[in-house]
Design a protein around this ligand. Structure first.
Ligand code: FE2
Ligand code: FE2
Length: 244
């Protein structure tokens, strides 16, 4: 069991792949002697929240909705934004490098590899759009709700925004791209031609599998924690507008 008194060295020695979760919190190798509690204080992040997220990514665990619901919505939002940055700036470019490496080693001639590479590029485009719509529409709307309820209530503005946007509407038009990666990975596996580049190809498939698990947890935190919490705020603000 991971607690806030564990050092990152202890955590990583049990499960190396957790470094990818630490990274998005801003914990690098230089911090590994610190405990979660010490790092949390230095990074202005609730250590208890870090414990929950790290645990959610350990082994076959999943995010625990009941426990995560107890944290402030700002904490959840902040974490999701950091994960988005991590996916776009780090994880996807890493996978692309592996892909280019495989294509380069295949003497450029392998049409199947090219096609499979393009499949990943197409997925990347979809995921990037998905993340951008969350960051440009959903997250600012939630921040607006928080602001209005924490003291900046403005009847006219609230009424206008609520009449135009709703979390339910956003969710209905927002496909679950996080789950599509499974299909992409299965297709890539099915048509994998490779014998010659077995090692680099296996690394690539392994990266895809880890990414799939990561995105799956990400969408649980979004759909089962962020969305219901935000919908509660939305209900409260609607009630305030109706009373005004
Ligand atoms: Fe997201
Ligand atoms: Fe999402």
């Amino acid at each position: 069991m991971i607690t806030k008194n564990n050092t990152f060295t202890e955590i990583i020695s049990q499960n190396k792949s957790l470094s990818s979760v630490l990274e998005r919190f801003g914990v690098g190798e230089r911090d590994y002697q610190k405990t979660i509690e010490e790092a949390g204080k230095a990074l202005n992040t609730d250590p208890e929240f870090m414990v929950e997220i790290i645990t959610a990514f350990d082994e076959d665990n999943k995010p625990d909705q009941k426990v995560l619901m107890k944290f402030p919505i700002e904490t959840i939002l902040n974490y999701l934004k950091k994960s988005h940055r991590y996916y776009l700036d780090k994880k996807i470019p890493e996978i692309e490098i592996s892909l280019q490496d495989i294509i380069r080693r295949s003497n450029q001639g392998n049409a199947v590899l090219f096609a499979l590479g393009n499949l990943f590029i197409a997925y990347k485009r979809k995921l990037t759009e998905h993340i951008e719509s969350e960051e440009k529409e959903l997250f600012p709307y939630i921040e607006f709700l928080i602001g209005q309820l924490r003291g900046d209530f403005d009847y006219k503005i609230s009424q206008k925004i609520i009449s135009r946007f709703s979390i339910q509407k956003f969710e209905d038009s927002h496909s679950n791209v996080e789950e599509d990666i499974e299909k992409t990975r299965n297709t890539i596996m099915k048509y994998s031609p490779v014998k010659t580049f077995a090692m680099s190809y296996r690394i690539f498939l392994n990266q895809l599998e880890l990414f799939e698990k990561d995105l799956h947890r990400h969408s649980i935190i979004e759909d089962e924690v962020l969305v219901p919490k935000a919908q509660r705020l939305e209900e409260l603000l609607k009630a305030m507008v109706e009373r005004s």
